[in-house]
Structures are given as C-alpha cells and as structure tokens.
Design a protein around this ligand. Structure first.
Ligand SMILES: *Cc1c(COP(=O)(O)O)cnc(C)c1O
Length: 465
C-alpha cells in the first residue's frame, strides 16, 4: 500500500514511512493511493471476533507488506490488552435505536488511547529495527498528550515532547502528562491556545534543518496510523448492530476531525454508514462548513469540552481532497489560501459530496450541561461534556429511516472532567476501578511562550542536539 500527499507534490511512500513522516514535505497529509475495501461477506465475518482480531484485519489493509501479519496481530493483542474492559470499546444502549460507543476504557480514560496504544508499539517495532531514536512532538488539546506520554514513556527509541495550552485543559488531563517521571518525556505549558500549539508543531516540521537534527516525528491526529486505528471501532460497533445488512449512523464529538474522518475511511472500505454527524461545541468551524460551505476560522472560545476547542480541523484537508476528486493542485491551492486568509469556499460539487455522508451540529454550553443532566435522569449514565455534545447533536438528527440505529461516540470517561460533571449534575465522579490516582504525584513541566523559536530551542536541548 502506497501513500500520496493531498497536495500532490510529494512522491508516494509506504505505510511505515507515512506514519513516521507525519506531514508530507509539500505541506499536505498522506492518504492511501487507492482505498482498500472489504466485501460484505468479509465484514459479516467480523461478527464474534475480538476487537484485536478486527483491528489486525482492518489495519492489515493499510499496512500492506510493511509488517508481517503475525507481528501486526501481536501488536494489536498487546495494545488492546491495556484496556480495562473485555470488549475494549463496548456499546451501551441508552434508548430505542440510541447507543453509546464507550471509547474510554484505555489507560488515560479517553478515546485517544485506542490509536495511541498501537502507535507506541508500531514506533518501537520499526525504530528498534532501524536502530534509530526519534523525537516525537505533539500538540494537545488535552487528551492526546496524556495518551501519547502513556504510550511512549520509557520506550528506548523515542522521546516525546507534549505541548499543551496553559490553563485550557483540565487538571486530570494535565496530570496524565506531567506526572510521568520517565527521562524520555518533556511536557511544555505553552502560553497560548491549542491552535497556537498546533501552529508551532507545523512550523517545527517545516524547518528542515531542525527536523533532521532531532529526527522529528508527529503523533497528532493527522498521523495516518491513528486514523486507520480509529476506523476499527466503526466496524466493530456497526457489525454488532447488524452491518453489513443494516446501515448505522454515527454522531462524533469533533475537534480536529480525526475521529469523524475515520468514519469516512470505514465507509470507503465498504462499511454501510448512513450518516456521520460532526458534533462541535461553540467552536463550530466544521458545523458551519457543512452547513454553509465556508470553512472559515473563528476565534477559539474556552468551553466545558476543551478537547474540541479547535478552530482549524487539520484532517478536513483529507476530506476536501476526496471531495474535489483527488485533485492535489486544487487542494494545495485551497489550503495554502486558508493558511493565509483563514477561510476557504468549498466548491458546490465538493460540498454536495461531503453532505452525502456528513452533517454538522454545534452545541451550546447550556445544552451541553442540560444534556449531562437529562442523560443521567433518563438513563442513569454519567457522561463527560464531550460525549454530551454528541448526545445533544444526536437529539437533532433526522435520518431517512427512523429504524437506523444512532451510535454516539463517548470519547472520554466523566472522571476526566469532574468539575464540569459536578456543575451539571451534582455528581462527584471518582476515577474508575483500575485507574491510577494521580492527584498526589509530583508534576514536572516547563512553561514557554507561544513562540516556535523558543519551543524549538527547548526541544533541541531536550534531544541533546
Ligand atoms: C480529541 C478528542 C475529541 C475530538 O477528536 P478529533 O479526532 O480531534 O475530532 C473529542 N473528545 C475527546 C474527549 C477528545 O479527547
């Protein structure tokens, strides 16, 4: 399997090279040269398989010849053994035709673990074979950093630098990063927003000299292995609800559009998905894009669902590329323009193609809190604010067929956002059984201005380069 850039100017590369590279040299994102697909019979055969087995089958399509099947299967087994629920990502029924897909049973209590636990093992696998040590830089809106630190800490062939926006993430989220004592971990509190952190990471990658000096790699949601790993639970959830003979709709709490785009990937591979609703908080760039065809950056507002306080949804470029029939020149023009002007108009034909699968819904702070309370009252479930954004959006979905099940992705455990849960429901949410108590552990992090040069100097010193 070969990977091409959405901007069409970089040569095609293999799976492992695409994973390690992050962004393509032309500034685009890697996507498969052609979409691999399953037959309906192959999808039906996932019924009754373990999560790790389905993961190995789905990922095998993307890995191609790069990793022998037995090695990939072993990595999947190990990655998903780190989850505390035997089903890994269990489905929970809330109402007739309404389900929660619980993605938070991994070590850092948010869905980022699903991909990151695999990614840590993939890096180990390839880097130890190449006798190479890479520096991973990661901007986090809260959960990616913890999941990445947990997946990479103590590994001998990678060091990890996590950048988080100062004061914009919850204490529990911060502690999942900053309490790691391993020498290969550096956490940086950046005096700016998540978009600032992400812009610094992009600049670091565009600086060739720096990139080579520290052997830079990225595990943000643009990393292809993360997208591929996230497409797996769409298969397991849909199959347990009757796919491929029955269509399923998904509502996805969205920030960087990684998880929602992974649903598109699953559909490209043959999974019958009726609709994907990208549910945003008041940072609604995606909801507006699907609504009125203008993808335009707004100011970032701090909300109860901080992992979605994002106004530049990096993976949207991948969907745009498909929607303009894989025209790399047009995609490059559009997103270079977006970087300078902060907005882009989606051509009508491309918008129509996007709307065949996607719809957007933006949920206010008040509705998010109300939904946490009503969900508790109606179902007995305490949900985190990101999941509540999804549930509130699901209440507005109108599908062609009322018998199509709607699955809302539950992206974090409520214990990760105890302040918001308490304010909305008066429930004091403790950490679940098996989770570590991080509240008493010492924290370790540096504070830096939102300035690429300062961060790069810090990373060079940390990497000893
Ligand atoms: C990262 C995150 C999201 C958003 O996922 P994207 O792939 O960035 O769209 C939603 N909820 C939680 C809890 C998250 O950590």
């Amino acid at each position: 399997m070969r990977y091409v850039s959405t901007r069409g100017e970089s040569p095609s590369i293999g799976f492992l090279d695409a994973v390690l590279a992050g962004l393509a040299p032309d500034g685009g994102l890697y996507v498969p040269e052609a979409w691999p697909a399953f037959t309906p019979e192959e999808i039906a055969a996932f019924a009754g398989k373990t999560y790790a087995q389905v993961a190995a089958a789905v990922l095998g399509k993307f890995v191609g010849e790069d990793i022998p099947a037995e090695d990939l299967a072993q990595m999947c087994d190990e990655a998903y053994a780190s989850f505390t629920h035997a089903a890994v990502t269990p489905l929970k029924q809330l109402a007739a035709n309404r389900y929660l897909l619980e993605l938070f049973h991994g070590p850092t209590l948010a869905f980022k673990d699903v991909a990151m636990q695999l990614l840590g093992r993939l890096y180990d696998y390839v880097l130890s074979r190449q006798s190479r040590t890479m520096t991973i830089i990661c901007a986090t809106s809260g959960d990616t950093g913890g999941a990445a630190v947990e997946a990479f800490r103590g590994r001998s062939n990678a060091r990890i630098v996590a950048l988080f926006p100062e004061g914009r993430i919850s204490e529990v989220q911060r502690r999942f990063m900053t309490t790691a004592q391993d020498a290969n971990v550096s956490c940086v509190s950046v005096q700016g927003s998540f978009d600032d952190c992400q812009a610094i990471v992009k600049q670091a990658f565009q600086d060739d000299q720096f990139r080579h000096a520290v052997d830079l790699s990225g595990v943000n949601s643009i990393n292809w292995a993360r997208i591929a790993a996230q497409s797996v639970y769409y298969f397991t959830a849909a199959v347990s609800l009757g796919a491929p003979d029955r269509e399923v709709a998904f509502v996805v709490p969205t920030g960087n559009f990684g998880d929602a785009y992974a649903a598109f990937v699953a559909r490209q591979m043959g999974l019958p998905i009726a609709k994907v609703v990208a549910a945003t908080n008041s940072n609604d760039i995606l909801a507006r894009a699907f609504e009125d065809g203008r993808y335009a950056r707004g100011a970032v507002a701090a909300t109860q669902s901080p992992a979605m306080d994002i106004q530049v949804a990096s993976n949207f470029e991948r969907l745009y590329f498909e929607a303009v029939r894989r025209d790399g020149v047009e995609t490059g023009r559009a997103f270079r323009g977006f970087n300078t002007t902060g907005s882009l108009d989606i051509p009508p034909s491309a918008l129509a193609m996007m709307r065949e699968l996607f719809a957007g819904a933006s949920v206010s702070e008040a509705d998010t809190a109300k939904t946490m309370l009503s969900t508790l009252n109606e179902t007995g479930e305490v949900v985190d604010p990101h999941t509540a954004v999804g549930l509130a959006a699901a209440a507005r979905v109108r599908l062609e067929s009322p018998t199509t099940p709607i699955v809302v992705l539950s992206t974090a455990h409520p214990a990760k956002f105890p302040e918001a849960v308490l304010a909305a429901t008066a429930v004091v949410q403790g950490v679940p059984r098996g989770a570590p108590d991080l509240s008493a552990k010492p924290e370790r992090f540096d504070r830096l201005p939102a300035d690429a040069a300062a961060v790069k100097a810090h990373v060079r010193a940390f990497a000893g380069k």
